[in-house]
Design a protein around this ligand. Structure first.
Ligand SMILES: Cc1ncc(COP(=O)(O)O)c(C=O)c1O
Length: 415
């Protein structure tokens, strides 16, 4: 049990909705709370609508059948499954002793801030960015410093974010830590070696510790490779560690469980002291089971998944081609960042749920997307759509969007 039945069989049914109203999932069951109505097509929170791959569900079913849910200890080969995954998928060689289990990526960032920065210290983040980056700095009583990403258009017309290294250099002088999002959510950039090298050099010059969140590391589009921050960090002499988890890749976010990769023994010891001090244990029975199964049997899954996501991406890009919406070209993540500023709808209310842009998507298009402004000020006028859904859902969402925009434009009458 645990391995896929045949090498060619898909590992999941990309057409099946595993999450639906009443199934106890955030995506459907929090719609009324988030969007004010429960009939929008939910394409917001970053998990997948279809089931986790069969080699994960089989392993969990086997564990369930055992009926053994006492305190868990990682089984033999657990750490080797992690180091094998990092080596096999990312050409990243680490020793088993560098792996520290954590309950999740955001909790690990909280621990890192507490362990390595002083109260009131400045911590740099790069908005627009996954909104808990803001909260986790605030909640530890540290001061947030924003180093906004800059929009760039390549010579062949591809839109994507870059970093403002000049500002980063100045900000790093006064800061103690940088929370890096690599690959980037919501911008979809898979930062390259030159960019990460620059970050490492700046942070090394000013003794800023880098915590690299690599939870989206496996989710690169065909032809793109993830660059672990580790590849550039040590040669730059930077203090750093990486934190990641299998939850985004294998759709097991609700089970929880992640790990930090901390090659430096002193840093590891200090982080582990903080972690142990919180008495969070070594992980749940199901988290440990899911991780080991995923990393042991999942080598082909990221490509399988991202082929489906890429096809959905292309459908969305085509559907909005003649609307005043500009998607940012994603290199990674199943999240697509849509520049909606051309729609001419205000996104200026202080209550994020109540802007004209958000109301258009909810009330006229019937869509529950993530509003860009929650990722920070540079996200104003943007919306984020989750592509990890059955294709018919994406197509229906695009048909609703196009019809709603058509009605709007018709309602405006001749210019
Ligand atoms: C960049 C990023 N980091 C962390 C998380 C959440 O990690 P965890 O649930 O392990 O705290 C997400 C979830 O969307 C994310 O996009």
């Amino acid at each position: 049990m645990g391995a896929p039945m045949s090498a060619d069989a898909p590992s999941t049914d990309f057409t099946r909705l595993a999450q639906y109203p009443g199934s106890g999932c955030e995506k459907y069951d929090r719609r009324a709370e988030i969007f004010g109505r429960d009939d929008v097509i939910p394409l917001w929170v970053a998990d997948m609508d279809f089931p986790a791959p069969d080699f994960v569900t089989d392993a969990l079913a086997e564990r369930l059948a055992d009926g053994a849910f006492g305190y868990a200890k990682p089984s033999e080969g657990h750490l080797e499954a992690i180091t094998g995954w990092l080596a096999g998928q990312h050409d990243w060689q680490v020793g088993a002793e560098t792996i520290v289990p954590v309950p999740g990526v955001v909790p690990a960032m909280a621990m890192a801030i507490r362990a390595f920065t002083s109260p009131g210290a400045r911590v740099i983040i790069q908005p627009p960015v996954y909104f808990p980056f803001f909260q986790v700095v605030r909640d530890q009583g540290r001061e947030r410093v924003e180093n906004p990403l800059v929009e760039q258009v390549s010579p062949d017309g591809i839109r994507g974010y870059g970093m403002d290294f000049e500002a980063l250099e100045a900000q790093a002088r006064e800061a103690e830590m940088l929370l890096l999002c690599n690959p980037h959510n919501p911008g979809g950039r898979a930062w390259n070696e030159a960019e990460l090298g620059e970050v490492a050099a700046i942070c090394s010059r000013h003794d800023v510790m880098v915590i690299s969140d690599e939870i989206h590391m496996d989710l690169t589009y065909p032809g793109i490779r993830h660059t672990p921050f580790a590849r550039v960090a040590d040669s730059a002499g930077c203090r750093w560690f990486t934190v990641t988890a299998p939850g985004k890749t294998f759709n097991t976010a609700g089970i929880g469980g992640g790990y930090a990769v901390i090659p430096d023994a002193e840093i590891r010891k200090r982080f582990d002291r903080e972690r142990r001090g919180m008495h969070l244990g070594e992980g749940s029975v199901f988290g440990l089971t899911a991780l080991k199964a995923a990393y042991t049997h999942g080598a082909k899954w990221p490509a399988e998944l991202m082929a489906h996501v890429a096809s959905n991406r292309d459908r969305v890009i085509e559907a909005v081609a003649d609307l005043p919406i500009e998607p940012m070209w994603p290199e990674a993540t199943y999240l697509l960042w849509l520049d909606c500023r051309g729609m001419g709808l205000s996104d200026a209310a202080t209550d994020p749920g109540d802007t004209a842009l958000q109301r258009f998507f909810i009330d006229e298009a019937g869509l529950g997307l993530s509003q860009g402004i929650i990722f920070g000020e540079p996200g104003r006028g943007y919306m984020r759509i989750n592509l990890a859904a059955p294709t018919r859902i994406i197509d229906r969402a695009m048909a609703q969007l196009r019809a709603a925009w058509g009605k709007r434009v018709a309602g405006r009458g001749p210019a």
